[in-house]
Design a protein around this ligand. Structure first.
Ligand code: PLP
Length: 349
């Protein structure tokens, strides 16, 4: 019995399916590329793929790294998977063997990919990245024509095939995003003038895909909204709700406070004192957070084993992950992905 007094992350298959359907309806005719980084935002790559297995139309995934891409392809041998992290030569080789598509955002990386492709006698399927202002990764506009010329030569030599043009938005202001979209369109014109016309163009993630239809291109890379994680300081999204619900049992019930079996060592941020949790009697405040327990204001009839909901859809007065994140100036993704393997994952309908 005590072995089960651990925190639980419940993962709702139905909620994930409905979220993905709502996102798809919203962005059509753009195609959804489901972002799978950070172990599918802490939900588990394999669980997500299995939960969505009845949906053959969902065949595009964004993996970030090569290892995650390999895990996706192991479950979905025919899916198209885009790995945009700058990878080691060994990872590039594995990516080409596994049929992953690579994001290329600088000249050095382009040359490394070409060397591996030559070595392994493969054609790399690539998405070229223009820097539209985020300055994280991506070819600067002034270097774009020379980059495109180099890509063109490599494509003619059969070393690569350009399947996409992409970039990432700051989503800090509409004006900046509009300017970024202008840079993106110009980069596409330069590509086309060189005779390269990528089938995929993609610029937007969750928030811009949802709220800025004019910025959507042929593909939208979306993670957060599919998992039901709204933007920090953003509104609730109609038709979308949290896939993951975190709960933990009451370990000790006293007159004024109860101890709940979750703490910092489970990955719950210790600076969330004061946040509400959901209880059978509605919301109660967290008073203290230790390594493996937190102390919460009591409710009448509280007893050992009662489930306390830490974040979720709000059925018991609990906040969503983003509401917790907003208290400590981070994003909902952080709250979900930080949970350690000591939190049991349980799939539900
Ligand atoms: C994480 C990520 C996404 C998805 O962003 P969400 O806001 O979670 O939808 C898209 N593109 C890139 C490059 C990313 O890193």
């Amino acid at each position: 019995m005590d072995g089960l007094m651990t925190p639980v992350l419940e993962l709702s298959t139905g909620r994930l399916v409905r979220n993905v359907a709502a996102v798809r309806r919203r962005i059509a005719p753009s195609v959804l590329m489901l972002a799978m980084k950070d172990d599918a935002y802490g939900h588990g790559v394999e669980w997500v793929l299995d939960a969505l297995s009845a949906d053959p139309a969902l065949d595009r995934f964004g993996s970030f790294d090569v290892e995650t891409g390999e895990r996706v392809r192991a479950r979905r041998p025919h899916a198209r998977v885009f790995a945009w992290a700058t990878s080691t030569d060994g990872e590039i080789a594995r990516a080409l063997d596994a049929g992953l598509e690579l994001g290329i955002g600088d000249e050095d990386y382009l040359r490394r990919v070409l060397a591996v492709a030559r070595d392994r006698e493969r054609t790399a399927a690539v998405h070229l990245k223009i820097d539209t202002g985020l300055h994280r990764n991506g070819v600067r506009p002034e270097r774009w024509p020379a980059f495109v010329a180099e890509v063109d030569g490599a494509q003619r030599a059969g070393l690569l095939r350009v399947v996409g043009l992409w970039s990432h938005l700051a989503e800090a202001s509409d004006a900046e995003d509009d300017a970024a979209a202008g840079v993106f369109r110009h980069a596409l014109e330069v590509l086309r003038a060189a005779g390269i016309d990528p089938a995929d163009t993609h610029l937007t993630a969750s928030a811009a895909s949802w709220w800025r239809p004019e910025l959507r291109a042929s593909v939208c890379r979306i993670g957060a909204f599919c998992y039901g994680i709204r933007s920090a300081d953003g509104p609730e999204i109609p038709g979308i709700g949290p896939v993951a619900t975190l709960s933990a049992p009451v370990i000790d019930a006293r007159a004024d406070t109860v101890d709940v079996g979750i703490g910092a060592l489970h990955g719950f941020p210790s600076n969330l004192v004061g946040a509400p949790v959901g209880t059978p009697a509605g919301p109660r405040a967290i008073r203290a957070i230790g390594d493996t327990r937190m102390t919460v204001d009591a409710w009448s009839g509280a007893s050992r084993g009662d489930a306390v909901t830490i974040f979720g859809p709000g059925d018991h007065g609990e906040p969503d992950a983003t509401a917790l994140a907003e208290r400590i100036d981070t994003v909902g993704e952080e709250i979900v992905t930080r949970l350690t393997p000591a939190v049991r994952r349980i799939a539900t309908r």
